[in-house]
Design a protein around this ligand. Structure first.
Ligand code: G3P
Length: 215
């Protein structure tokens, strides 16, 4: 499973790029607003830090306006993927721009039916929001499993990008469910490195090693 980082924070992306395990970046208007940087400047910078797909979201709601904006965003860098929300207008726009060869990440997916429509419209990625489904008492991971099964049944090439990841267990469950990608906030990526027994084990190795040096 590929790992994307779900942030627009340049410092975090810079550090994560040095790990060598991050395959792409997802942003959204909320994440861009949180950083207080110019949208285009932030995306340019991010595309130079991570060579993989970098999602930049349209902010228009009407299909014709989304199409114009999507074509503009796609020109910012070769690895920009245009994020389009799952609405009727979004599906219209995705159908048009994906035929032009623009890669679309259809976002705000909360059901397998929405993912089926997105795939039929030509989206390269679908982003089901696991955490937000869990928040309202639904099973977010079940939606990932349904989408993976449907796409496998019909050899659909659209990639399933597990989004709205809230804890490290969501990453494991996404991988077990067969998601192609999980987009993970920086804090949760950092948690993935850690295990108490790793820390305890390393402390013991270092203590034993230091003890031997004194002999
Ligand atoms: O990239 C969009 C998605 O991951 C949002 O997550 O935590 O705002 O539900 P969250």
């Amino acid at each position: 499973m590929k790992l994307f980082i779900d942030t627009a924070n340049i410092e975090h992306i810079t550090e994560a790029s040095r790990w060598g395990v991050i395959d792409g970046v997802t942003t959204n208007p909320s994440l861009i607003a949180k950083e207080g940087r110019d949208f285009e400047e932030a995306i340019h910078l991010i595309t130079t830090l991570i060579p993989g797909p970098v999602s930049a979201e349209v902010t228009e709601l009407n299909a014709d306006k989304m199409i114009v904006q999507a074509r503009g965003l796609a020109k910012w860098a070769d690895n920009v993927v245009v994020k389009i929300p799952m609405t009727e207008e979004g599906i219209k726009a995705t159908s048009v721009v994906s035929k032009d060869g623009i890669k679309v990440n259809m976002t705000l997916i909360f059901s397998a039916n929405q993912a089926l429509l997105a795939a039929k419209a030509g989206a390269a990625f679908v982003s089901p929001f696991v955490g937000r489904l869990d928040d309202i008492g639904q099973d977010g991971m079940e939606v990932i499993r349904e989408i993976v099964e449907i796409y496998q049944n019909y050899a659909i090439e659209t990639e399933v990008l597990s989004a709205s990841i809230r804890h490290p267990r969501h990453v494991i469950e996404s991988a077990m469910a067969g998601a192609d990608i999980a987009t993970v906030p920086y804090k949760i990526l950092k948690q993935m490195f850690r295990h108490t027994l790793t820390d305890v084990g390393l402390d013991k190795f270092m203590a034993d090693w230091a003890g031997m040096q004194k002999k």
